[in-house]
Design a protein around this ligand. Structure first.
Ligand code: ATP
Ligand code: MG
Length: 232
């Protein structure tokens, strides 16, 4: 397998929170990799380590053992803004900024001019059918719309790897399906890999690869029949 196709890789990566008797092993030593263009579901009970693993793959947290690498991207300093985008569990838009400003902010922080950032933010919102919300504040839109704006923000920087932590967790099935539709369509448009943690079997079934977590242990499996049927 070509190393250049590996976007992110855990090499015996583990994460323990706290020390001594009060320590929690959130992730046991784990080997896994995300290849270019892959669609991966991370499933498992609450507290099994899904968010911990996604944060390590995003380079937002350090393993306490082992290592995380991004062979096709570069060093941890090169992940953001740009190649790796994270969609967080729960609301993440900045309340005082409009939807368009929220989507544009990472681009401005990455060095785009205000005008360029606004243009790209507008395009990203339009791709997710959210152009009408550009000037609204987060408090003026629904939870499902806010999740889609967060997807638009993640995609505006044309990432190669999108890590989405329960992006449908607070939504009903219809809104959840709309968010996943938008995420997969936009990811495919950009040729990006997606890793989605989810409690929703219907979401997991739409992704070709399944990672299962139990008590901080990861087991991986190939495409389920259901997922294969979806991708046909
Ligand atoms: N910052 C932290 N400090 C201490 N313990 C933590 C911290 N973050 C996570 N943990 C613990 O690590 C374990 C794994 O948590 P994690 O958030 O990764 O689970 P999860 O699978 O994402 O759960 P959920 O489905 O509820 O989001 C849990 O026991 C949790 O309590
Ligand atoms: Mg979580």
């Amino acid at each position: 397998m070509s190393g250049t196709a590996t976007l992110a890789r855990c090499l015996g990566a583990a994460r323990t929170f706290g020390r001594g008797a009060g320590a929690t092993v959130a992730l046991q030593p784990t080997d896994c990799e995300v290849l270019a263009g892959e669609h991966i579901a991370v499933v498992g009970p609450s507290g099994s380590g899904k968010s911990t693993l996604l944060h390590l793959l995003a380079g937002l947290d350090d393993p306490t053992l082992g290592a995380v690498e991004w062979p096709a991207i570069g060093t941890r300093d090169e992940l953001r803004p740009g190649p790796v985008a994270m969609i967080f569990q729960g609301p993440s838009l900045m309340p005082p900024l409009t939807c368009e400003q929220n989507v544009a902010l990472p681009l401005v922080l990455a060095g785009s001019t205000d005008r360029e950032a606004r243009e790209r933010a507008g395009e990203s919102l339009a791709r997710l059918d959210l152009a009408a919300l550009a000037d609204k504040l987060p408090e003026e839109i629904s939870g499902g719309q806010a999740q889609r704006v967060a997807v638009a923000r993640a995609l505006a920087g044309t990432p190669r790897l999108i890590l989405a932590d329960e992006p449908t967790g607070q939504l009903d099935h219809v809104n959840g399906a709309a968010v996943v539709d938008a995420l997969l369509a936009a990811a495919d448009h950009a040729g990006a890999a997606v890793v989605i943690s989810t409690h929703d079997p219907a979401v997991a079934a739409r992704l070709a690869v399944r990672w299962e977590m139990h008590s901080g242990r990861l087991t991986t499996s190939a495409a389920s029949e259901e997922a294969t049927a979806w991708s046909r």
